[in-house]
Design a binder for this molecule. Structure first.
Ligand code: FCB
Length: 433
């Protein structure tokens, strides 16, 4: 496709006037333990890879090179780094905690701080220890105490090394893909299980929030959920409209109501009040990639344009979903500050990546102008990493590439562009490639 045609696709999505960000706006990058560390850990994804159900994950070397990576992101101007703890590393067997692994996470947090980067620690990002998966994971309520013991143990170990925690990344995506669609571990495809899991992950969030908040010094604890912005492909089609609304009511509606009121109303289950879920967040972590369509052929991605840019995962670029979602969450949870905890794009085209970020920063700014208290933007991700069922393919989200043979890092063009945005606190239309 010609450069001009591609430019025309982007034109309506990009800002036409400079977009300014306040001095104290938090610029960060986000990552997860398993996606960057990889390796032969005793978790359910390693087992699924051995069974040939997902790609293998050698990692990008972060476990060994975290200190260098943190210096690198600090050098680009980022002041925050979201990482996660791989549960199977710190508790490889039930009840046996590996002090050396815990020490390594302490050292990583300290290296961040030393580089001038604030660490944000997430405790669950899709992977389970093998032993926990074998016992039936979160679906068995008898296992919940195992997770809470891990939260308590790691929270206490890191309390003096990190001030910001997340209990889980995208619990609803975990339930959707692992229990409703059955496309990732534990590969369950059963709506009754998915609805039970919805209730369980919410309860676990409330319990873990309470545990983390009891630590000294007391951390800030945030949720993280990805906004999927469900839309009917054809707004005049009643069935499609109903499908999008049904999905939205479960996927977004249950979580937002539960956090606001403590009431968990999951389809097919009795409403249940979990009082300590009400307000169990100091900050709402908002992830966003694209809007979701419900059409005749099932679910896909959605845009309000006929010919939008399309990413390497065939998803239509629609920054309006980020704006609408931030405003919606701000209205649903008044008084709760918001942080974009993930946004980014799978591509090997660095012009595409910079434009994608510019368009989404402009949408974020519009949400701020409408009153959504958005405190920062964390980009997914710094160094290219394992993209779950896509492995290490062309679906690359990093601002930094690495050579698998030498682990050598190299900043991409989009990384240099982003550093300039941070330096000036401005997205300048004249500087967008
Ligand atoms: C998010 C996940 C994250 C990463 C990005 C691309 O939904 O939280 O682990 O894979 O997508």
């Amino acid at each position: 496709m010609s450069d001009d045609a591609e430019r025309a696709r982007w034109a309506p999505l990009l800002p036409h006037a400079p977009v300014h960000f306040p001095r104290d706006f938090a610029w960060g990058v986000a990552s997860s333990a398993f996606q960057s560390e990889g390796g032969d850990v005793a978790n359910d994804w390693v087992d699924a890879a051995r069974a040939g159900r997902v790609p293998p994950n050698p990692g990008n070397g972060f476990w060994q090179r975290a200190e260098d990576d943190l210096q690198l992101v600090a050098g680009l101007g980022f002041g925050h780094y979201r990482l996660s703890v791989e549960w199977s590393r710190v508790e490889p067997e039930r009840g046996r905690f590996d002090e050396a692994a815990i020490d390594r996470y302490r050292a990583i947090c300290d290296a961040a701080t030393a580089a001038g980067v604030t660490p944000w620690v997430n405790l669950f990002h899709f992977t389970h220890p093998r032993w926990f998966a074998a016992r039936g994971g979160f679906l068995e309520t008898a296992n919940h105490a195992d997770f809470l013991r891990y939260v308590e143990r790691v929270g206490r170990a890191l309390a003096k090394h990190a001030r910001h925690f997340h209990v889980a990344n995208e619990s609803m995506v975990y339930v959707l893909t692992g229990y409703m669609m059955g496309v990732v571990p534990p590969f369950v495809k059963d709506s009754a299980s998915a609805f039970a899991m919805t209730r369980h992950v919410l309860t676990l969030h409330a319990d873990a929030y309470r545990i983390l908040k009891s630590q000294q010094p007391q951390p800030t604890v945030a949720t993280i959920e990805v906004y999927l912005d469900p839309r009917p492909e054809d707004p005049n089609d009643a069935q499609q409209r109903a499908a999008a609304e049904r999905f939205d009511a479960w996927y977004h509606g249950v979580l937002l109501e539960a956090l606001a009121t403590g009431w968990v109303r999951v389809p097919t289950r009795e409403p249940e009040e979990i009082p300590h879920l009400r307000g169990a967040l100091d900050l709402y972590g908002f992830n966003y990639y694209n809007s979701t369509s419900f059409g005749a052929g099932g679910a896909g991605s959605w845009s309000d344009r006929d010919d939008p840019p399309v990413d390497r995962m065939h998803r239509k670029v629609h920054p309006g979903g980020l704006e609408a979602g931030l405003v919606r969450v701000a209205n649903a949870l008044p008084g709760v500050p918001l942080l974009v905890t993930e946004n980014g794009v799978p591509t090997t085209d660095e012009t595409f990546r910079s434009r994608y970020v510019a368009a989404h920063l402009a949408a974020l700014d519009r949400a701020r102008q409408s009153g959504a208290p958005v405190r920062g933007y964390f980009h997914w991700t710094a160094v290219d990493n394992y993209e779950w069922t896509f492995g290490f393919g062309p679906e690359r989200f990093g601002l930094v590439a690495f050579d698998p043979a030498t682990q050598q890092r190299s900043v991409k063009e989009s990384g240099r562009w982003f550093a300039e945005v941070i330096r000036g606190g401005i997205v300048d239309p004249a500087r967008i490639p």
